[in-house]
Design a protein. Structure first.
Length: 458
C-alpha cells in the first residue's frame, strides 16, 4: 500500500473519531468491554463454519491464542478517541493484514468474519435498553465505519504483501532447479538408480514387502517432493512422476513379497517396478530439458540459498505439513566467536571459514532439505519429513563435525571453530515466523549456556 493511501486512511479515521459524540463512543466501548468474550466466540464460530477458514483455525494453539487476540483487538478498536496516535493505529492494522497474507488466510474469509462481528455487535446494541433510538443509530454507524476502516487497512496491506510473496514465489520456482542444472540432473538420476539397485537387491535376498525401501522416503523422493515438484510445477511430467511414485509405494511394493506367488508372478512384479522406474527417469529427463539454468537467489559467498526465498520455502513447507500430516524442523545456527576470526586474521579468512562451514552443512543434509545463509555467520537449516529425535541427531552431528573440523585460512594457517544451534519443530501453527522465533530463542539459550551446544525450543 502506498504512502498516499495510508495517509488518506489515517486522515479518514481521525475524522471519524472527531465526528462521533464522545458519549456514544463511551457507551459502545463499555458494551464491547462487557461482551468481548461473546464477540470473539461468535467471530470464530462463524469462521470455523467456513471450510477454508477451518483449515487455519483447527490447531488448538491457534484457537486459544487468536481468541484472546480478538478480544484485545475489538476492545482496543473501540477504546480509541480523537487525539490518539493514528499512525500507530494504522501500523497495527497493517501488521495484522501482513500476518494474514503470510499464513495465507484468504482475504474474503477475514472480510466474512468482519461482517459477522458487525452483525453480533448490532444484536448486542438492539438488546441493550440503555441505548435510545438515536444513540443506537449513531452507535451502529460508528461500529460499522470503524470495522470497515480497519478491514480496508488490513486488505490493502494483505494485497501488497501477497503481491510481494507471489513475485518471490515465481522467482523461487524458476530458481529452485537451477544452480547447476547439469550437476543436479546427474545427481538425481544417480539417486533414483541407487534406490532402484537397493530395492532389487533387497527383493533378491527375500526381504519382506513391508521392509522394502519406499521411493517417497529415498533421497530422490525427498528431493522431488520438496524441491523438484515445486520447481517444475504445472508441468505434465511432474504429476506423472508423483503418480508413479505413489503407485510404487502404495500398490507395487506392498504386493512385492518374494515368497508369495509363483515365479511368473514375481517376474511380472519386477517388470512392473522396472517400468515405473524407467517412466520416472524418462519424465525427469524431459523436465530438465525444458528448463534453462538460472543463478539468481543464491548467496554469492557460500552458494547456499539466500534469505530472499525464506518466505516462499517456509510457506510451502507449512502447507505441505498441513496437507500431509508430516512435520519439519528448523535449525538456527551461529558460528561461535566468528568476529574474532575477522579481527585476528582478516575478512578473507572469515570468508573462507563461512565457505567451509556451508560445505559442511551441505554435505550433511539430504536432497529435500534446505540450507540458508541469513547473513554474517548466521545460517538456517530446514529439515523436511523429520521428527524431534531425528532433527536432534542431525543438529548434534553438525555440532560435532564443526568442532572436529580444521578450518583452513590463508597462508597455510588453520583454526578450530564451534557452532551453537537452536532447534524448533514445526508444531502445526500456520505462521512460519513463530517457528523461526522459537528456533532463534533456542539458539540464544545455547549461547547463554556457553556456546558449542544444541538447545531445543521450549
Amino acid at each position: 500500500m502506498g504512502t498516499a493511501s495510508l495517509d488518506t486512511l489515517t486522515q479518514e479515521w481521525s475524522e471519524l473519531l472527531h465526528s462521533i459524540r464522545v458519549d456514544i463512543m463511551d457507551k459502545v466501548s463499555a458494551l464491547v468491554e462487557t461482551h468481548q468474550d461473546a464477540l470473539a466466540t461468535y467471530f470464530y464460530e462463524q469462521m470455523l463454519d467456513d471450510p477454508v477458514a477451518s483449515q487455519f483455525l483447527s490447531h488448538e494453539q491457534v484457537k486459544t491464542r487468536l481468541h484472546g487476540s480478538m478480544k484485545r483487538w475489538v476492545v482496543g478498536l473501540f477504546s480509541l478517541r480523537a487525539g490518539h496516535d493514528m499512525q500507530q493505529l494504522v501500523a497495527f492494522q497493517t501488521h495484522i493484514g501482513e500476518v494474514h497474507a503470510r499464513v495465507e488466510v484468504p482475504v474474503y474469509v477475514v472480510l466474512r468474519g468482519a461482517r459477522a462481528l458487525k452483525r453480533k455487535t448490532q444484536s448486542l446494541l438492539d438488546e441493550d435498553a440503555s441505548f435510545d433510538e438515536t444513540q443506537r443509530l449513531l452507535a451502529t454507524q460508528y461500529v460499522s465505519m470503524s470495522i470497515d476502516l480497519a478491514m480496508e487497512v488490513m486488505s490493502n496491506a494483505y494485497s501488497s504483501s501477497h503481491d510481494r510473496n507471489a513475485r518471490a514465489e515465481e522467482s523461487y520456482r524458476l530458481f529452485s532447479v537451477a544452480q547447476n542444472l547439469t550437476a543436479e540432473k546427474e545427481r538425481q538420476r544417480a539417486a533414483l538408480l541407487d534406490w532402484e539397485n537397493q530395492l532389487m537387491f533387497n527383493r533378491a535376498i527375500g526381504m519382506d514387502a513391508a521392509n522394502l525401501p519406499r521411493i517417497g522416503a529415498a533421497e530422490f523422493g525427498l528431493w522431488f517432493r520438496h524441491k523438484g515438484a515445486h520447481a517444475f510445477q504445472n508441468a505434465q511430467e511432474t504429476e506423472q512422476i508423483l503418480q508413479a511414485m505413489r503407485y510404487i509405494d502404495e500398490v507395487l511394493l506392498p504386493m512385492a513379497d518374494a515368497r508369495a506367488g509363483d515365479n511368473a508372478q514375481r517376474v511380472q512384479q519386477l517388470r512392473d517396478l522396472r517400468e515405473h522406474t524407467k517412466s520416472i527417469s524418462y519424465h525427469l529427463e524431459r523436465l530438465f530439458e525444458q528448463h534453462n539454468e538460472m543463478e539468481s537467489g543464491r548467496d554469492a559467498l557460500t552458494r547456499l540459498l539466500s534469505r530472499k526465498f525464506l518466505p516462499v520455502v517456509l510457506s510451502k513447507e507449512v502447507n505441505y505439513a498441513r496437507t500431509t500430516g508430516t512435520t519439519f524442523a528448523l535449525l538456527a545456527m551461529d558460528l561461535d566467536h566468528f568476529k574474532d576470526i575477522n579481527d585476528r586474521y582478516g575478512h578473507e579468512a572469515g570468508d573462507m571459514v563461512l565457505q567451509q562451514f556451508a560445505m559442511l552443512v551441505n554435505n550433511s543434509t539430504r536432497g529435500g532439505d534446505y540450507a540458508f545463509r541469513l547473513g554474517g555467520e548466521e545460517f538456517l537449516l530446514l529439515l523436511v519429513d523429520i521428527g524431534p529425535q531425528g532433527a536432534m541427531r542431525v543438529a548434534n552431528t553438525l555440532r560435532d563435525l564443526t568442532e572436529s573440523e580444521s578450518f583452513r585460512l590463508p597462508q597455510n594457517q588453520s583454526v578450530r571453530m564451534t557452532v551453537s544451534i537452536g532447534l524448533a519443530m514445526h508444531d502445526g501453527h500456520p505462521d512460519y515466523l513463530r517457528t523461526m522465533r522459537r528456533a532463534d530463542a533456542a539458539l540464544y539459550e545455547a549461547k547463554r549456556k556457553g556456546r558449542n551446544r544444541v538447545e531445543g525450543a521450549q
